[in-house]
Design a protein around this ligand. Structure first.
Ligand code: ATP
Ligand code: MG
Length: 651
């Protein structure tokens, strides 16, 4: 009974084929995708080797493909040599030197078009400046910059000289910055005086000074880009202005040729699940993933204007701003500001102004903009759009349908891309030109990616719609190589559950009858009520489908009889909170999913605790729902004050 009801809701029957007009205009045809899948299934290593020869310019060709002799420490193309910045810039100069690489729009609306030739010159000048300050191959530079082209320039300049960058999101506090600098033992910090976001000054240099006032003993130089014009203190002998450092430097810089396995960057995960981990990526394999996924998933071609709204401080900004689009020789938009400033139509206005064809954003942004109503997108012509993408969290079917109907005007395929900082690029996702899509489904693993669902004993879960542990059963070129300075933690975290060839993602998932994957959430977020295991996502999606609800987060709390029960935190669109509405919502969930899923308690809130990248931190909500003391670090929260409010409401 209740059981069947839950299952029926999991069976999403709306399905949308890629429109014929889209397929006709696509670079990658369904038959090409079939051919890729077939090649990958027949010969995993051979497939990736072919892709690597075709899509990367090698200084010295590789002869080895996969080396798994020290699993789970895998190597790909290890004896090959390349330079990532060469692949992103130099190789386009002959044919695309004047093509726009980056269309930058500042917070205040200023627009700048940067060609490949100009970007190359800026990267070379800055690379020379870094070398002049003693930064060399293998040294770490922490980049703490706004989402401006100089961030991409700094990253590519590090790549050019073989230095390893670690970008720290500009919204992070002094303590978070200090921890990351110390963990990476960085020699240089690259920052800005400050910048404006949503009209508010972000005092980056001031925060950096706080970080540097204690610890950070390894920092020798601080490069400061002048962006806001704010007054800053420059420490003698340590701090240098970016413009002074590049003054007189040549716009040519011979790339440092490195092994494919040379670390390109370290990136600390956002910390939704605990102490940040320094995820270390390679040069060759990572670059290959960035190129393949841009081409396949988005059908990114020469005439496209691509816009990934992420910040370069996240892996999405690494792969789908700095590296993927430039390695493909494409044009992209980069935006410094926020979606709601000066008004909630900023994204849609920019889509029209810059004639964006591929738009890639996060569910949190979609839900927030949806809450503001259709009138904002309707103010602008969105007919340049071809493909829509989403990443970061499971997207509720309600938000997916709004994205499809109101933004994509039923014309654009939606690619819901599942991946992680650790995976380096897309893993399980529809391919825009070839995959029928369903709300809430991430479809299939990409060619060359071996995804499966296992139960706790390690046996594959074969029943449709049964949940389990999401794993990758084969290494892939763009996977992380280790956790910086902590190989044991790498082994335990990702390969500790089954064996050295089975990567455990930390998420739970299920497959429908056609084999489409659905991500249920973090393994830890699954609730167990009277023996029924449920993803929090299902209950949240049911709540968001109610007309009064803008956003919801669901966690569990121990219950004497049921084992666990559900507590739901709900943000309303317009209505005022009331006991009647709480009852209505509890009954609503019960109708949608069955009595078993009925929340024990509904707590209304003005906001939900989120990471800086916009993900709901259910771990904290669980603590709040259980009236326990919060002992974990909340400093990386977007909105720490919300915790006090939620706790107050509970008591
Ligand atoms: P930490 O690992 O420190 O807790 P994080 O997991 O939030 O941080 P990311 O690597 O940015 O850091 O996020 C990856 C996670 O985001 C995935 O494991 C998954 O839980 C979620 N996720 C990303 N994309 C999707 C998607 N399309 N659908 C569902 N979940 C997604
Ligand atoms: Mg994670």
């Amino acid at each position: 009974m209740a059981d069947n009801k839950i299952e029926s809701v999991l069976r999403e029957d709306r399905q949308f084929d890629p429109p014929q007009a889209f397929v006709d205009g696509a670079t990658l045809k369904p038959a090409d995708v079939d051919a890729l899948r077939k090649a990958a299934a027949e010969d995993h290593e051979g497939f990736w080797a072919d892709q690597a020869r075709e899509k990367i310019d090698w200084h010295k060709p590789f002869t080895q493909v996969l080396d798994d002799s020290d699993a789970p420490f895998f190597k790909w193309f290890a004896d090959g040599e390349l330079n990532v910045s060469y692949n992103c810039l130099d190789r386009h100069l002959d044919t695309k030197g004047d093509k726009t690489a980056i269309i930058f729009e500042g917070d205040d609306g200023e627009v700048e078009h940067i060609s490949y030739r100009e970007l190359h010159a800026r990267v070379c000048r800055f690379a020379n400046a870094l070398k002049a300050k003693g930064l060399g191959k293998g040294d770490r530079a922490v980049i703490y910059l706004p989402n401006i082209p100089q961030a991409a320039v700094a990253m590519l300049a590090c790549a050019r000289i073989g230095a390893i960058h670690s970008v720290v999101f500009g919204g992070f506090s002094a303590v978070s910055l200090r921890d990351r600098i110390d963990d990476a033992e960085a020699k240089m910090l690259i920052t800005a005086d400050g910048n404006y976001r949503g009209g508010k000054l972000i005092p980056l240099k001031e925060t950096a000074d706080k970080a540097l006032s204690e610890g950070c003993k390894t920092i020798e130089t601080v490069m400061v880009y002048k962006r806001s014009g704010a007054d800053v203190t420059m420490a003698d002998g340590r701090d240098v202005w970016w413009h002074d450092a590049v003054d007189g430097e040549s716009d040519q810089c011979e790339p440092e040729w490195v092994s494919a396995e040379h670390p390109l960057f370290i990136l600390y995960t956002s910390g939704s699940t605990g102490k940040p981990k320094g995820i270390q990526h390679s040069s060759g394999g990572y670059l290959l993933g960035a190129i393949c996924t841009c081409r396949w998933v988005f059908d990114y071609g020469d005439d496209d204007v691509f816009w990934c709204t992420a910040d370069v401080g996240w892996v999405t900004g690494h792969t789908y701003i700095t590296y993927g689009p430039t390695a493909c020789g494409g044009t992209q938009v980069m935006f410094e500001g926020v979606p709601t400033y000066p008004e909630p139509d900023r994204f849609w206005k920019m889509v029209d102004t810059h004639q964006v064809t591929i738009f890639y954003t996060a569910p949190t942004a979609i839900r927030a903009l949806m809450k503001h109503g259709d009138e904002y997108p309707q103010r602008h012509a969105l007919d340049s759009l071809r493909v829509l993408g989403t990443v970061g969290e499971p997207i509720n079917p309600e938000a997916w349908m709004w994205y499809r109907e109101v933004i994509g005007q039923e014309r654009c395929p939606i690619v819901d891309t599942w991946w992680q900082t650790e995976t380096g690029g897309h893993m399980i996702t529809p391919i825009a030109s070839a995959t029928p899509t369903k709300p809430g489904s991430v479809a299939h693993a990409l060619p060359g990616i071996a995804a499966d669902i296992l139960d706790e004993s390690g046996a594959p879960v074969t029943d449709a719609n049964a949940g389990g542990i999401l794993v990758m059963t084969k290494p892939w070129p763009y996977m992380l190589r280790t956790i910086w300075g902590d190989p044991e933690r790498y082994k335990d975290t990702y390969f500790g559950m089954f064996d050295a060839h089975t990567y455990v993602a930390g998420d739970s998932a299920q497959r429908d009858e056609q084999g489409n994957f659905r991500i249920l959430g973090r393994i830890d977020d699954v609730v167990n009520i009277s023996g029924h295991r449920m993803g929090t996502m299902e209950v949240e999606s049911a709540l968001v489908a109610h007309k009064a609800v803008a956003e919801a987060a669901v966690v569990s709390r121990p219950h004497e009889i049921k084992g666990e029960c559900i507590v739901a935190f709900v943000i309303l669109k317009n209505d005022d909170p009331s006991d009647d509405l709480a009852k209505e919502l509890r009954d609503w969930v019960s109708e949608q999913l069955g009595a078993i899923a009925k929340p024990e308690e509904i707590r209304f809130a003005d906001g939900l605790p989120k990471t800086r990248s916009g993900k709901i931190m259910r771990r904290l909500l669980r603590t709040v729902a259980r009236d326990e003391e919060i002992t974990s670090d909340v400093s990386t929260l977007e909105n720490p004050q919300i915790i006090d409010q939620l706790q107050a409401k509970g008591s």
